[in-house]
Design a protein around this ligand. Structure first.
Ligand code: SF4
Ligand code: SF4
Length: 61
């Protein structure tokens, strides 16, 4: 499960563009991930320039 730090995210859209299953969506002020569709490939984490994405449930609480 991918965690979004909304405070860091500047809605650049880079992650949305790389998601292979197209489960990320941006509305006006917020980025959302459809967790049922996400395959945890972590591509979005790697491309985010703001480091706003992280893998939830693994290390940090
Ligand atoms: S981990 Fe992969 S499938 Fe999940 S939201 Fe990120 S890019 Fe999409
Ligand atoms: S790549 Fe990072 S900063 Fe850009 S929209 Fe995605 S989470 Fe937000």
């Amino acid at each position: 499960m991918i965690k979004i730090d909304q405070a860091l995210c500047d809605l650049c859209g880079t992650c949305v563009g790389v998601c292979p299953v197209d489960c990320m969506a941006m509305s006006d002020k917020i980025l959302e991930i459809d967790e049922d569709t996400c395959i945890s490939c972590k591509f979005c984490i790697q491309v985010c320039p703001m480091e706003a994405l992280s893998e939830g449930e693994s290390h940090e609480a």
